[in-house]
Design a protein around this ligand. Structure first.
Ligand SMILES: CC(=O)N[C@H]1[C@@H](OP(=O)(O)O)O[C@H](CO)[C@@H](O)[C@@H]1O
Length: 357
């Protein structure tokens, strides 16, 4: 545990002295708890985190127009459409995907660290009963889809393959998720092919760059978002686990998608066929103001522009055929090769956590 003076100095160096503003009012136990929390914060990283929050807030309020001006749609040669492709092409993607799955080269990774706040539940979203006549939860639906795609590959290739399931949870969701799967006998999957791991927690920061206090003696903490995946992969040695299992391709998806096609052979096959490092499955936007992010290019780099970042005029733009120019709606379904993730995590480790080593 660190001393009060040390905590004060750390917070000052990150511009967060207000965290100790209630020190005089709190009990000895509460003081220890607060010092323990402060002890976990690395000052340099905290400073960067708080600065990033301010920068993000100012980007939202001022630079949107400039961002819009730099947006370009995804180049047609990088797009594959299930709706517009012929039967042979679709067959080729499906065959390629099933072949990779049959060779144990494909895994799925679920982003399930979020709390069910917007859904209005106090338990992990995957445990939600979505109201089907069967009463199945999202986790059960997904477990059955993994079994199904394994079966399809087995039937086609006469093998006994495995699609490992990586589940990124958080401090809020790990315990209940583990218990839920155990209580339900892993819905028939082999527990050794399921890897649950935790993403990091970070302090919640206001638009003014100041840490938010949950209570007088408690910093408000939240999981570090879907972008926390890269750090969590490093922290939990997930890429090493993938390598041990011979997994080369990863399908990453969000928990709250009832229609998700796990390890979708068409999607996997398309990406493998294109020799892509990463890919995003998108759905045509239904209408310009639909609250989904769009996959596009900004300054030549592929990224998602959120619905909160795009100007209505830009969202309304149409191509000569009358279709929305920015129509590639992000549904949080991504493809990554292990090699690409290795590169990204090495890069992220170097710029973000050099001071940990
Ligand atoms: C930061 C982020 O993850 N934004 C995602 C996410 O937004 P929500 O605000 O969580 O609905 O889900 C959308 C639908 O899947 C997707 O289009 C968007 O890009």
């Amino acid at each position: 545990m660190i001393s009060f003076e040390e905590a004060k100095a750390r917070l000052e160096s990150a511009g967060q002295s207000h965290v100790l503003q209630f020190w005089a009012e709190i009990s000895a136990d509460d003081r220890s708890a607060l010092l323990e929390e402060i002890c976990q914060l690395e000052p340099k990283e905290l400073l960067e985190h708080c600065r990033a929050a301010v920068a993000a807030a100012s980007r939202h309020s001022s630079a949107d127009v400039r961002l819009d001006a730099r947006m370009e749609p995804v180049a047609p040669e990088f797009i594959g459409s299930v709706r517009k492709s012929d039967k042979e092409t679709l067959q080729m993607w499906n065959d390629e995907g099933l072949l990779q799955i049959s060779q144990n080269r494909v895994a799925v990774l679920l982003l399930a660290g979020g709390q069910g706040t917007r859904l209005g539940v106090s338990y992990p979203k995957g445990m939600y009963n979505v109201g089907l006549p069967s009463g199945k939860t999202l986790y059960q639906i997904q477990a059955e889809l993994i079994q199904k795609v394994q079966e399809l590959a087995n039937e086609k290739h006469g093998c006994l393959c495995t699609v490992p399931w990586y589940i990124m949870t958080s401090e809020f969701t790990l315990g209940p998720t583990e218990k839920f799967f155990k209580d339900n006998a892993y819905f028939g999957l082999c527990p050794s092919n399921m890897v649950m791991f935790e993403q990091r927690m970070i302090p919640a920061v206001g638009f003014d760059g100041k840490i938010i206090l949950e209570k007088k003696n408690k910093i408000a903490m939240a999981p570090d978002g879907n972008g926390g995946l890269y750090r969590a992969l490093v922290d939990n040695k997930i890429l090493e686990d993938m390598e041990r299992r011979g997994v080369e391709y990863l399908h990453v998806y969000c928990v709250d998608n009832i229609l998700v096609k796990l390890a979708d052979p068409f999607f996997i096959g398309f990406c493998v066929n294109k020799r892509a490092d990463c890919g995003a499955k998108v759905v045509n936007k239904a209408y310009p103001a639909e609250p989904v992010g769009v996959v596009c290019r900004v300054d030549g780099l592929y990224q998602v522009i959120e619905y909160s970042e795009i100007q209505p005029e830009t969202a309304e733009l149409r191509d000569p055929r009358g279709e929305l120019l920015f129509s590639a709606g992000n549904i949080c379904n991504h493809f990554f090769t292990r090699g690409f993730l290795q590169e990204v995590t090495t890069y992220v480790s170097n710029i973000l956590f050099t001071h940990y080593t």
